[in-house]
Ligand binder design. Structure first.
Ligand code: SAM
Length: 277
């Protein structure tokens, strides 16, 4: 899996990609990242990448030409060539004519107006060989980038960041941990929240008692079937309480449905108790 990240601030990724799982995944050859500075693809002595918005208003908008040139240049060259770092002062390589876009590489614009990023989208992206991520800044990017270059726009939540870099890092992290071999424990990602359609059950580790608070006895019973059932019920309970919307699309067994009914009955009984007390 290879990520091409197009940004005006490549320095923002230092640290994110040089530690922990993302670092190990790169070292193990599971994933690679190339940072491409959009400014390197801007023309003129000052390599201007933004301009004032047509129609007036505050702020600046990222110009389309450097972004098109950066993405088209990088994605249409052989990986060995394209991933070689540009040296400061190099003229940006300009294709003679607009090259065809390789159909397999999603070109994703990070945008608060994009599709909400979910575990399902992360799983879909984990099946790709190569992904391009374009980070916006300022008031955003010229609309023609969205209509003429990108294949998808993704939002990481209903809030506005100063730029797409943190959002791109979130996507790289969520996708990489799904790649075979990226996590120490292969089962980890399969049982995570959302992977099963539910929130995950509560987790405990040593000490068995912390500040007077113990752990559920069942977890040290050695009865794996009962532990599995307890975890499933806890996941159902947590999802029912915190994210009931997830239950509509989760794969539920008859036993799961019966357990959810007991939760509703429990809540009804509590409500009745409050009314009668
Ligand atoms: N004016 C834009 C709007 O209202 O939609 C917001 C621009 S924002 C300040 C600058 C850049 O940050 C965006 O172009 C996008 O790349 C990134 N960004 C901000 N919030 C984001 C989010 N929730 N998800 C993904 N990217 C985001």
């Amino acid at each position: 899996m290879h990520f091409d990240i197009f940004t005006l601030f490549p320095g923002m990724f230092t640290g994110v990609f040089t530690d922990s799982i993302l670092k190990r995944a790169q070292e193990a050859g599971i994933m690679s990242v190339a940072l491409h500075n959009i400014r390197d693809y801007a023309e003129g002595r000052h390599r201007v990448t933004d301009d004032t918005p047509y129609g007036g208003g505050g702020g600046m908008v990222m110009k389309p030409e450097p972004i098109f040139r950066a993405v088209e240049t990088v994605l249409t060259h052989e990986p060995g060539w394209a991933f070689a770092p540009l040296h400061p002062g190099d003229e940006p390589p300009v294709p003679a004519e607009p090259p065809a876009r390789p159909p397999q590489a999603p070109i994703i614009l990070l945008s608060p107006q994009g599709w909400p990023f979910t575990q399902r989208i992360a799983e879909e992206l984990a099946g790709q060989a190569r992904i391009a991520l374009i980070c916006g800044r300022y008031e955003g990017v010229d609309e023609r980038v969205r209509t003429g270059l990108v294949t998808d726009a993704i939002s990481i939540g209903d809030f506005v960041l100063s730029g797409g870099e943190l959002a791109a890092a979130v996507i790289v992290d969520a996708v990489t941990r799904l790649l075979p071999g990226a996590l120490g424990c292969e089962m980890g990602a399969f049982e995570d929240s959302f992977a099963t359609g539910l929130l995950e059950y509560p987790q405990y580790t040593r000490p068995a008692v912390f500040r007077g608070d113990g752990i559920p006895d069942i977890l040290v019973s050695g009865d794996h079937a009962r532990v599995a059932r307890w975890r499933r019920e806890q996941a159902l309970r947590r999802t029912w309480r915190q994210r009931p919307d997830l239950l509509a699309s989760a794969a539920l067994s008859e036993a799961d449905r019966a357990f959810l009914e007991t939760l509703s009955a429990e809540e009804d009984a509590q409500r009745m108790g409050k009314l009668t007390n």
